[in-house]
Design a protein. Structure first.
Length: 182
C-alpha cells in the first residue's frame, strides 16, 4: 500500500514523493546501468534520464509489475541505447579509410593492416606545421581556403604543408615487416 501511495503522489507531480521514490531506487538502478555501460559517469546519466522518462510516463505505469521492475526496464533500454550509440560511433571510425594523395597525385590508400590508432599516432608525430594542415584537410574535411583562414597562412603554404605532411605520413605508415620497416 505504501508504494502505491508514493506512486499516486508522483503522478500528481508531488516533488517530495518523486524524491522519495528516486532515493529508494537510484542506487539499484545505478548498479544495473553500470553493469551495462561499465562507466560510472555514463551510468549516472542513464539513471537520471531513466527517472526523467519514468516520471513523465508514470501515467502509463499500470501496476501489473512492480515499479522497480518497470523502472529497471527503462534503465536497461536507456543503457542499450547508449551502447548502440557507442557502437555506431566506433563503426564510423573503423570504416574510415584515409585517402592520401602523394606528390605524383596518385591515390594511395592506407594499408588495411594499419589501425586508426596507428594513423592518429603517425599524424601526431608530424611537425606541427604539417600536422595541423593534415588533420584539418584529411580528418576534418576543410579545403585550402578554409585552412589558410584558420591557420592564418596562405593557400599556397597550406597546399605545400599538406603535400609534405602527406609524404611524411606515408613514410611513417609503411607497414612493419619482421620488426623492420620495408
Amino acid at each position: 500500500m505504501f508504494q502505491t501511495d508514493i506512486i499516486e503522489k508522483c503522478k500528481q507531480h508531488n516533488r517530495k514523493a518523486q524524491l522519495q521514490l528516486y532515493n529508494q531506487y537510484c542506487d539499484g538502478m545505478f548498479m544495473v546501468a553500470n553493469r551495462f555501460v561499465k562507466n560510472s559517469m555514463e551510468a549516472e546519466d542513464i539513471v537520471q534520464e531513466a527517472f526523467i522518462k519514468a516520471f513523465s510516463k508514470l501515467h502509463q505505469y499500470s501496476g501489473e509489475v512492480t515499479f522497480g521492475a518497470w523502472l529497471k526496464r527503462i534503465v536497461i533500454n536507456k543503457s542499450i541505447d547508449v551502447l548502440k550509440s557507442k557502437k555506431e560511433q566506433l563503426l564510423d571510425l573503423d570504416e574510415v579509410h584515409l585517402k592520401v594523395v602523394d606528390a605524383t597525385n596518385d591515390d594511395w590508400l592506407v594499408d588495411d593492416l594499419i589501425t586508426l590508432d596507428e594513423v592518429k599516432e603517425a599524424i601526431e608525430k608530424l611537425p606541427d606545421k604539417y600536422k595541423y594542415v593534415v588533420m584539418l584537410y584529411l580528418i576534418e574535411g576543410y579545403d585550402h581556403q578554409e585552412i589558410s583562414q584558420i591557420l592564418n597562412i596562405t593557400e599556397v603554404a597550406s597546399r605545400t604543408h599538406l603535400s609534405r605532411g602527406k609524404t611524411k605520413l606515408q613514410e611513417l605508415l609503411i607497414p612493419l615487416h619482421h620488426g623492420t620497416r620495408s
